[in-house]
Design a protein around this ligand. Sequence first.
Ligand code: ZN
Length: 679
Amino acid sequence: MLNRWTDLPQASTPGMPEAPDAPNGPNALDAPDATDALDEIVHVSRLLGADPALVLHGGGNTSIKDRVIDVTGEPVDVLYIKGSGWDLASIERPGFVPLRRDRLAQLLTVRALTDTQMMNGLRQASLDSSSPDPSVESLLHALLPARVVLHSHADALLALMNQVDGRHEIERVFGERVIVIPYVMPGFDLSRLAAELWPTLSSSRTEGMVLMNHGLFTVGETAEEAYARHIEFIQMAEDAAGFVTTSRGPSTALLDGGEGGDLLKLAAFRADVSRCAGRPMIVMQHQSERARQFAASPDVAARASQGPATPDHVIRTKRLPLIGRDVTAYAENYDTYFSANRARRGAELRELDRAPRVVLDPEWGLVTIGASAKDASIAADIYLHTMDIIDAAERQSGYRALPTGDIFDVEYWELEQAKLRRGSSPKRFQGEVALVTGAASGIGRACAQVLLEQGAAVIGLDLAPGITTTFDSPDWLGIQADVSDIDQLRSAINDGVRRFGGIDIAVPAAGIFAKSAPIASLEDDAWLRSFAVNTTAVARLFGLLHPYLALAPNGGRVVLIASKNVAAPGPGASAYSASKAATAQLARVAALEWAPDGIRVNMVHPDAVFDTGLWTPELLAERAAKYNMTESDYKRRNLLQLEILSVDVGRVVAELCSTTFRATTGAQVPIDGGNERVI
Ligand code: ZN
């Protein structure tokens, strides 16, 4: 269950990136002693991070104390602490920040500091100006005298302390082996309190510190010792709390598609949520039977209306899940919560968006919401762990979360509010969902790539099995499907909607170019297959997607990948030219029919894009020879003499989907380097 000390290879295995050189700065990271200490802390951090029941998504932190030689030749005592932005599971040497311990000790003597002042003080204590921001819990590590300090927010411990008499339980289970610090919000005040309590409460038998409603610290002279204590304590907490990690394996699909089916209701729900958030949001339905049972239990409201298992989850999950589907009522309750608590803080607070992040619905099971697919996944991971914690505590004296005000303080923490005020402009298609056919290669792949780069979640369809791994991103869902088979098409759309909550953008790019043949010798199959893939599949796709596009928070958009052949057909290409022209006509009708739904339908007409599956090296050589040209000249036989790439098409498609073209529908844009027959 828990990883043993020897489970992972030593951190100093080949391939581990070295710490960056800092030629103009202190070279503390290069000091010979530091190498060993850093390897030691990297190894134990990865062990701790490998178990999601101990550390979730950037949670937890670790440190080691060491002596290094700075650029002046002076020995300096440092605390290497995990930097923010690194996950313990994958941390490397540059993820640790060397902080001067004398400076940290001084900071701990100050009576009061805001967390902004504390962070500034911590940054100033760093020996390496290029390292990341140190953890906000750095001072907690600094005040503990042991060489190695490990900190986690382990599920089992949270299950034990989030109970009616949690403190008593902790003291009963761990006795003198830990000191217990009552809940104080993480930051300077907590560090000050712990710095006061540790010297009076600790003894030679103390091996760690429990922060109520927050987490566990263990200490050791070596990483191995601190780790052994950590997993022993968590095992003790598991036994005492009767904690079990439930299986979360996928079950059968919980929602059906189809006209008026549950998936359309999910997409309509996403429209509500996005309106409430003021921006498009990803809505993820999880195929977890365990979560569905939790959501459907008769006392779910009582179980789930207590609050998060540890306050920092509030940033990801909000304080409470939405039980059922009434987004408006949730938003009103959120306003009430904000108004009731804003006076807790003197500062001018900016209200966060009022949309829920976790939804528990008896039919839908667990649905999570985020500004991106990654955020929605993180909310799901956290809530799946929370269910185990709630269930374990409920089996004993009952689950008790912190009072509302304490959760509010973390949700509206000054450092989080400062981040909001600095504001980062989200990517152009953040929270939106695109479906691209033919996405494993060529133009389809390029369209998917550009949309992903600009923040969209993308559902990619292709015949090629490699489609599932064409991109490696939480925003990517690749599905192997034959677009000319309506059942496969419908099933792929349903999977996409379950994953991301709707479809805002459609880019039909899948197409085939039948072997050139004059009409007189055209084979029936080639003609029918061209129409099946290039035309009929697109008509069916349009039909299936229309209700989703009509629900798109920013209005639906379609960009059809048509062809230069629509305006300028080629001899020998009747099946291709005619099928593409028919599809262009379909798209024009869609532009007419769908304008009242706010859906824009445009098309692009690429020509001679050679980095696609249609153009094999043999075909290119053959065509160039036919025109008595070099391959390079053949590729540039357009008015602008440009070689046109798939990515050129991808960029135009993304542009057409953007607000730049909000007033354009029914347009046909050539991407052909200039063609006299088209102009
Ligand atoms: Zn913590």
